[in-house]
Design a protein around this ligand. Structure first.
Ligand SMILES: [Zn+2]
Length: 84
């Protein structure tokens, strides 16, 4: 995955989703990052969660279960929890 700073992702996200509030997505991201640091697992398959995707969809999931795609090499993950 491609590491991105939390603030940078928040800016990009609200640009792409004008109806969303920065405060809300930031709060959800912080919670997802913390969950990942604490070892949260995908509720469907048990893999390590994708913090960005989990924050956006509102449940703990891995990249594949959230997007249906296997290849995450071009997708962002918050730098603090981007381990691959
Ligand atoms: Zn999964």
């Amino acid at each position: 995955m491609v590491p991105i700073k939390l603030d940078e992702f928040v800016s990009q996200f609200v640009k792409g989703n004008p109806g969303e509030s920065k405060k809300t997505i930031r709060k959800q991201l912080n919670a997802a990052v913390e969950a990942k640091q604490n070892g949260a697992r995908c509720i469907h398959c048990g893999n390590t969660i994708w913090a960005i995707g989990s924050a956006v969809v509102g449940w703990n999931g891995c990249f594949t279960c959230i997007t249906g795609e296997a290849n995450s090499s071009d997708d962002y993950e918050i730098d603090a929890v981007c381990w691959e």
